[in-house]
Design a protein around this ligand. Structure first.
Ligand code: GUN
Length: 291
């Protein structure tokens, strides 16, 4: 069993981006600029956005963090997005999800300029991705592909089971793994809450991507010997023995599943780190398009 170390691979991605950014600086060119919009005080969202902003600084990107109270109106938020769309100094825009209930996620995602949509959530980017055209690929699935690529994990002809059909992870992941590409050519089964024979399907899987958001859901009895297991889960579970009062749990019961796997991602230190690295790749790409 080998650990897929997201921290090491993310570090390599970030270092390569830093070198390219240093070069831009030396040539007197504008460095990439990411604008991150955070609404409310959701603890996990705060952590993710802080990490994104910190990574920008590490690489040498500019970043702007725009914070709003949870009570902001949809109209006000859309106005800000419009401003960012028209701000030529900004290359990439992300609005951290989830949003407060009174704000339409669909309207917000559709409002972001396609060429600045570094999250790759806009329907135009999703449509391009589905057709295999150049686009911004959502950061989590993109990060997983970078991880598979780094460890030379063969995907061609493999049966991949993706658990969870979210627009952010599961659905784009299922499409990317099925594509005719070096990190695709899988036969993909996309499972969700209405899937009847989940255990049987998982037992047939060469690759499992667990992205349903249920702590320690995937257990050893659901995994074939030698499978590759990618854990996207990152749930805060109350734990009074921890300083912060919670522990981070993945969707995989790591202790029992890991011994059966050929490769497995840990939580933390797996997919999470890669998500940010992939976002940074998209931001560099956006800046290159704007130059
Ligand atoms: N919430 C959870 N994951 C993501 C992500 O990749 N991007 C944004 N904007 N919000 C998220």
């Amino acid at each position: 069993m080998q650990i897929l170390d997201g921290k090491i691979v993310a570090q390599a991605v970030k270092e390569a981006l830093k070198q390219k950014t240093d070069l831009l600086q030396k040539e007197g060119k504008k460095t990439p600029h990411l604008a991150a919009v955070l609404i409310g005080t959701n603890g996990a969202s705060e952590t993710y956005v802080a990490s994104k902003v910190k990574t920008c600084a590490e690489i040498g990107y500019m970043s702007t963090l725009i914070r709003f109270e949870a009570s902001i109106s949809e109209e006000e938020l859309l106005k800000k997005i419009d401003e960012l769309n028209n701000d030529t100094s900004v290359d990439g825009i992300l609005v951290q999800l989830p949003l407060p209930k009174h704000i339409s996620e669909e309207k917000v995602i559709n409002a972001i300029a396609v060429e600045k949509d570094v999250d790759g959530f806009h329907p135009s980017n999703i449509g391009k991705m589905v057709q295999g055209q150049p686009s911004y690929i959502p950061a989590t699935p993109y990060g997983i592909l970078l991880l598979l690529q780094h460890y030379n994990i063969e995907t061609k002809g493999k049966h991949a089971v993706v658990i969870g059909r979210s627009n952010i992870v599961g659905r784009p992941m299922s499409i990317l793994l099925s594509q005719n590409s070096s990190t695709g050519n899988c036969t993909v089964t996309l499972c969700h809450s209405h899937t009847r024979n989940l255990k049987e399907l998982c037992l047939q899987a060469d690759i499992i991507v667990a992205a349903l958001g249920k702590p320690e859901f995937l257990t050893a009895d659901m995994v074939k010997e030698g499978a590759v297991v990618i854990d996207v889960g990152i749930t805060r579970v109350e734990d009074s023995t921890k300083k912060k009062g919670y522990a981070i749990k993945g969707d995989v019961h790591f202790e029992t599943v890991a011994p059966k796997c050929s490769f497995i991602t840990p939580v933390p230190g797996g997919v999470g780190a890669m998500t940010i690295a992939a976002l940074m790749e998209n931001t560099f790409l956006a800046a290159a398009h704007h130059r």
